[in-house]
Ligand binder design. Structure first.
Ligand SMILES: O=C(O)CCC(=O)C(=O)O
Length: 263
Protein backbone atom coordinates (compact mmCIF):
# COMPACT_ATOMS: atom_id res chain seq x y z
CA UNK A 1 0.00 0.00 0.00
CA UNK A 2 1.34 3.46 -0.79
CA UNK A 3 1.97 5.68 2.22
CA UNK A 4 -1.10 7.63 3.35
CA UNK A 5 1.22 10.54 4.19
CA UNK A 6 2.62 12.45 1.24
CA UNK A 7 3.46 16.09 0.67
CA UNK A 8 -0.24 17.04 0.39
CA UNK A 9 -1.05 15.53 3.77
CA UNK A 10 1.99 17.15 5.39
CA UNK A 11 0.98 20.54 3.94
CA UNK A 12 -2.62 20.03 5.17
CA UNK A 13 -1.45 19.05 8.64
CA UNK A 14 0.83 22.07 8.88
CA UNK A 15 -1.83 24.46 7.60
CA UNK A 16 -4.91 23.13 9.39
CA UNK A 17 -3.43 21.33 12.39
CA UNK A 18 -5.34 18.20 11.35
CA UNK A 19 -5.51 15.93 8.34
CA UNK A 20 -7.61 12.91 7.48
CA UNK A 21 -5.59 9.88 6.35
CA UNK A 22 -7.97 7.66 4.42
CA UNK A 23 -7.37 3.92 4.70
CA UNK A 24 -4.27 4.52 6.82
CA UNK A 25 -4.63 1.39 8.93
CA UNK A 26 -5.10 -1.91 7.11
CA UNK A 27 -7.60 -4.66 7.97
CA UNK A 28 -5.08 -6.76 9.86
CA UNK A 29 -4.08 -3.98 12.25
CA UNK A 30 -7.73 -2.95 12.61
CA UNK A 31 -8.62 -6.48 13.65
CA UNK A 32 -5.84 -6.49 16.26
CA UNK A 33 -7.09 -3.16 17.62
CA UNK A 34 -10.75 -4.22 17.58
CA UNK A 35 -9.99 -7.38 19.53
CA UNK A 36 -7.87 -5.46 22.03
CA UNK A 37 -10.61 -2.81 22.34
CA UNK A 38 -13.25 -5.49 22.96
CA UNK A 39 -11.15 -6.92 25.82
CA UNK A 40 -10.74 -3.44 27.26
CA UNK A 41 -14.43 -2.59 26.97
CA UNK A 42 -15.40 -5.64 29.01
CA UNK A 43 -14.05 -3.78 32.03
CA UNK A 44 -16.56 -1.31 33.48
CA UNK A 45 -14.50 1.89 33.47
CA UNK A 46 -15.21 5.53 32.86
CA UNK A 47 -14.83 6.80 29.28
CA UNK A 48 -11.68 8.81 29.88
CA UNK A 49 -9.91 6.25 32.04
CA UNK A 50 -9.07 3.89 29.20
CA UNK A 51 -5.54 5.07 28.84
CA UNK A 52 -1.93 3.87 28.81
CA UNK A 53 -3.26 0.61 27.47
CA UNK A 54 -0.05 -0.21 25.66
CA UNK A 55 1.74 -0.60 28.98
CA UNK A 56 -0.29 -3.68 29.87
CA UNK A 57 -1.72 -5.02 26.61
CA UNK A 58 0.78 -6.48 24.11
CA UNK A 59 -1.57 -5.92 21.16
CA UNK A 60 -1.93 -2.20 21.80
CA UNK A 61 1.85 -2.09 22.36
CA UNK A 62 2.48 -3.79 19.00
CA UNK A 63 0.26 -1.30 17.27
CA UNK A 64 1.92 1.71 18.92
CA UNK A 65 5.40 0.46 18.01
CA UNK A 66 5.12 -1.50 14.77
CA UNK A 67 2.05 -0.31 12.87
CA UNK A 68 2.45 2.48 10.27
CA UNK A 69 1.30 5.00 12.91
CA UNK A 70 4.73 6.09 14.25
CA UNK A 71 6.04 6.51 10.69
CA UNK A 72 3.02 8.62 9.78
CA UNK A 73 3.64 10.80 12.84
CA UNK A 74 7.32 11.19 11.90
CA UNK A 75 6.41 12.30 8.39
CA UNK A 76 3.72 14.76 9.49
CA UNK A 77 5.91 16.27 12.21
CA UNK A 78 9.02 16.20 10.01
CA UNK A 79 10.67 14.44 12.93
CA UNK A 80 13.82 12.35 12.75
CA UNK A 81 12.88 10.47 15.89
CA UNK A 82 9.55 9.60 17.42
CA UNK A 83 8.74 8.69 21.02
CA UNK A 84 5.54 6.98 22.00
CA UNK A 85 3.98 9.28 24.59
CA UNK A 86 0.66 7.63 25.42
CA UNK A 87 -2.49 5.99 24.12
CA UNK A 88 -6.22 6.16 24.87
CA UNK A 89 -9.35 4.34 23.77
CA UNK A 90 -12.43 6.53 23.34
CA UNK A 91 -15.67 4.57 23.13
CA UNK A 92 -19.09 6.17 22.89
CA UNK A 93 -21.89 3.63 23.13
CA UNK A 94 -25.13 4.19 21.19
CA UNK A 95 -27.15 6.82 23.00
CA UNK A 96 -24.20 8.00 25.14
CA UNK A 97 -24.64 11.70 25.80
CA UNK A 98 -20.93 11.97 26.55
CA UNK A 99 -19.75 15.16 24.85
CA UNK A 100 -16.02 15.67 24.56
CA UNK A 101 -15.55 19.31 25.56
CA UNK A 102 -13.46 21.60 23.36
CA UNK A 103 -9.81 21.61 24.41
CA UNK A 104 -6.30 21.32 23.14
CA UNK A 105 -4.09 18.59 24.51
CA UNK A 106 -0.63 19.95 25.14
CA UNK A 107 -1.49 22.03 28.26
CA UNK A 108 -2.56 18.80 30.01
CA UNK A 109 0.67 16.96 29.32
CA UNK A 110 4.13 17.09 30.93
CA UNK A 111 5.74 18.12 27.65
CA UNK A 112 7.23 21.19 26.02
CA UNK A 113 7.94 21.43 22.29
CA UNK A 114 6.12 21.61 19.00
CA UNK A 115 6.39 18.15 17.47
CA UNK A 116 3.49 16.41 19.21
CA UNK A 117 0.62 14.76 17.35
CA UNK A 118 -2.17 12.25 17.81
CA UNK A 119 -3.09 9.53 15.37
CA UNK A 120 -6.82 8.93 16.10
CA UNK A 121 -7.92 5.70 14.41
CA UNK A 122 -11.59 5.00 13.66
CA UNK A 123 -12.60 1.47 14.60
CA UNK A 124 -16.26 1.99 13.60
CA UNK A 125 -17.96 4.04 10.87
CA UNK A 126 -17.99 7.54 12.36
CA UNK A 127 -20.28 10.41 11.41
CA UNK A 128 -21.48 13.52 13.14
CA UNK A 129 -24.38 11.43 14.56
CA UNK A 130 -22.20 9.13 16.63
CA UNK A 131 -19.61 11.67 17.70
CA UNK A 132 -17.21 12.55 14.89
CA UNK A 133 -14.21 14.44 16.18
CA UNK A 134 -14.36 18.14 15.29
CA UNK A 135 -11.38 20.45 15.04
CA UNK A 136 -10.96 24.20 14.80
CA UNK A 137 -8.95 24.47 11.62
CA UNK A 138 -5.64 26.27 12.03
CA UNK A 139 -5.98 26.69 15.81
CA UNK A 140 -2.62 24.99 16.48
CA UNK A 141 -0.96 28.00 14.84
CA UNK A 142 -2.47 30.33 17.47
CA UNK A 143 0.05 28.68 19.78
CA UNK A 144 -2.29 28.90 22.77
CA UNK A 145 -2.16 26.78 25.91
CA UNK A 146 -5.81 26.71 26.87
CA UNK A 147 -6.96 26.30 30.44
CA UNK A 148 -7.41 22.57 31.13
CA UNK A 149 -10.63 21.31 32.66
CA UNK A 150 -11.53 18.10 34.41
CA UNK A 151 -13.19 16.06 31.67
CA UNK A 152 -16.45 14.54 32.76
CA UNK A 153 -17.59 13.92 29.18
CA UNK A 154 -21.03 15.10 30.13
CA UNK A 155 -20.33 18.38 28.39
CA UNK A 156 -19.26 20.25 31.49
CA UNK A 157 -16.12 22.31 31.42
CA UNK A 158 -16.56 23.18 35.07
CA UNK A 159 -13.75 22.21 37.39
CA UNK A 160 -10.74 23.97 35.99
CA UNK A 161 -7.51 22.62 37.28
CA UNK A 162 -4.26 24.44 36.74
CA UNK A 163 -0.91 22.86 37.46
CA UNK A 164 0.97 24.86 40.11
CA UNK A 165 2.88 27.80 38.67
CA UNK A 166 1.54 27.33 35.13
CA UNK A 167 -0.38 29.97 33.27
CA UNK A 168 -2.98 29.24 30.63
CA UNK A 169 -5.04 31.10 28.04
CA UNK A 170 -8.76 31.30 28.85
CA UNK A 171 -10.66 28.69 26.86
CA UNK A 172 -13.21 30.38 24.55
CA UNK A 173 -16.77 29.03 24.57
CA UNK A 174 -16.51 27.54 21.10
CA UNK A 175 -19.75 25.59 21.33
CA UNK A 176 -21.71 28.76 22.09
CA UNK A 177 -20.12 30.65 19.20
CA UNK A 178 -19.57 27.97 16.59
CA UNK A 179 -20.16 30.40 13.73
CA UNK A 180 -17.05 32.36 14.68
CA UNK A 181 -14.76 29.37 14.14
CA UNK A 182 -13.66 27.35 11.14
CA UNK A 183 -14.84 23.96 12.40
CA UNK A 184 -14.12 20.82 10.40
CA UNK A 185 -15.28 17.24 10.90
CA UNK A 186 -14.98 14.17 8.71
CA UNK A 187 -17.06 11.07 8.15
CA UNK A 188 -14.64 8.24 8.75
CA UNK A 189 -14.56 4.60 7.80
CA UNK A 190 -12.87 1.99 9.98
CA UNK A 191 -9.14 2.24 9.37
CA UNK A 192 -9.19 5.94 8.52
CA UNK A 193 -7.02 8.00 10.83
CA UNK A 194 -7.30 11.63 11.81
CA UNK A 195 -3.90 13.10 12.62
CA UNK A 196 -3.97 16.29 14.66
CA UNK A 197 -1.46 18.54 16.35
CA UNK A 198 -1.43 18.69 20.17
CA UNK A 199 -2.31 22.41 20.09
CA UNK A 200 -5.31 21.96 17.76
CA UNK A 201 -8.63 22.66 19.47
CA UNK A 202 -10.93 19.68 19.20
CA UNK A 203 -14.12 18.25 20.68
CA UNK A 204 -16.96 15.88 19.82
CA UNK A 205 -20.66 15.52 20.38
CA UNK A 206 -22.22 12.51 22.06
CA UNK A 207 -23.50 9.48 20.22
CA UNK A 208 -27.12 10.05 19.25
CA UNK A 209 -27.52 6.88 17.20
CA UNK A 210 -29.64 3.95 18.34
CA UNK A 211 -27.18 1.25 17.40
CA UNK A 212 -23.81 2.46 16.12
CA UNK A 213 -20.86 2.41 18.54
CA UNK A 214 -18.15 5.00 18.08
CA UNK A 215 -14.79 3.55 19.06
CA UNK A 216 -11.55 5.33 18.30
CA UNK A 217 -8.02 4.51 19.42
CA UNK A 218 -5.72 7.50 19.86
CA UNK A 219 -1.94 7.24 20.01
CA UNK A 220 0.13 10.29 20.90
CA UNK A 221 3.64 10.63 19.50
CA UNK A 222 6.37 13.20 20.13
CA UNK A 223 9.31 14.24 17.92
CA UNK A 224 12.89 15.38 18.46
CA UNK A 225 12.18 18.88 19.76
CA UNK A 226 10.03 17.70 22.68
CA UNK A 227 11.29 17.81 26.26
CA UNK A 228 9.85 16.61 29.54
CA UNK A 229 8.20 19.27 31.71
CA UNK A 230 6.63 19.34 35.17
CA UNK A 231 4.25 20.39 36.60
CA UNK A 232 1.35 19.46 34.35
CA UNK A 233 -2.34 18.86 34.83
CA UNK A 234 -2.23 15.15 34.02
CA UNK A 235 0.00 13.94 36.83
CA UNK A 236 -0.79 10.37 35.80
CA UNK A 237 1.51 10.96 32.84
CA UNK A 238 4.51 11.88 34.99
CA UNK A 239 7.67 9.96 34.30
CA UNK A 240 9.85 9.45 37.39
CA UNK A 241 12.87 8.59 35.20
CA UNK A 242 12.97 12.13 33.72
CA UNK A 243 13.78 15.63 34.93
CA UNK A 244 12.29 18.78 33.41
CA UNK A 245 14.22 19.57 30.22
CA UNK A 246 15.19 15.97 29.49
CA UNK A 247 14.59 14.39 26.08
CA UNK A 248 11.82 11.81 26.37
CA UNK A 249 13.78 8.61 25.68
CA UNK A 250 12.88 6.29 28.56
CA UNK A 251 10.97 3.08 29.28
CA UNK A 252 7.67 4.94 29.68
CA UNK A 253 8.16 7.02 26.50
CA UNK A 254 10.11 4.64 24.26
CA UNK A 255 11.64 5.57 20.91
CA UNK A 256 9.43 3.88 18.31
CA UNK A 257 10.87 5.42 15.16
CA UNK A 258 14.37 6.63 14.43
CA UNK A 259 16.57 7.14 11.37
CA UNK A 260 17.07 3.72 9.84
CA UNK A 261 13.74 2.34 11.09
CA UNK A 262 12.24 -0.06 8.58
CA UNK A 263 10.19 1.82 5.96
O1 LIG B 1 -12.56 10.75 21.02
C1 LIG B 1 -12.91 11.69 21.73
O2 LIG B 1 -14.08 11.99 21.91
C2 LIG B 1 -11.87 12.51 22.43
C3 LIG B 1 -10.59 12.54 21.69
C4 LIG B 1 -9.63 13.50 22.26
O3 LIG B 1 -9.97 14.47 22.91
C5 LIG B 1 -8.23 13.28 21.96
O4 LIG B 1 -7.88 12.29 21.32
O5 LIG B 1 -7.41 14.12 22.40
Amino acid sequence: MSSPVGSREIAGFERDGAVLLRGAIDDEWQEILRRAAARELERPEAFFRRRLLWRSDPDFARFCRFSPAPRMAAALLRARKINLFMDQLFAKAPGAASRTGWHNDLPYWPLRGWQVATIWVALDPITVDNGALEVVRGSHAWNRRYQPFEPDFGGSAATAKAAAGETYDPLPDIEAERGRYDIAAWDMRPGDALAFHALTLHGAAGNTTAGQWRRAYAVRYAGDDVRYHEPATNEWLYNPALKPGDPLDSDLYPVVYAPGSAP
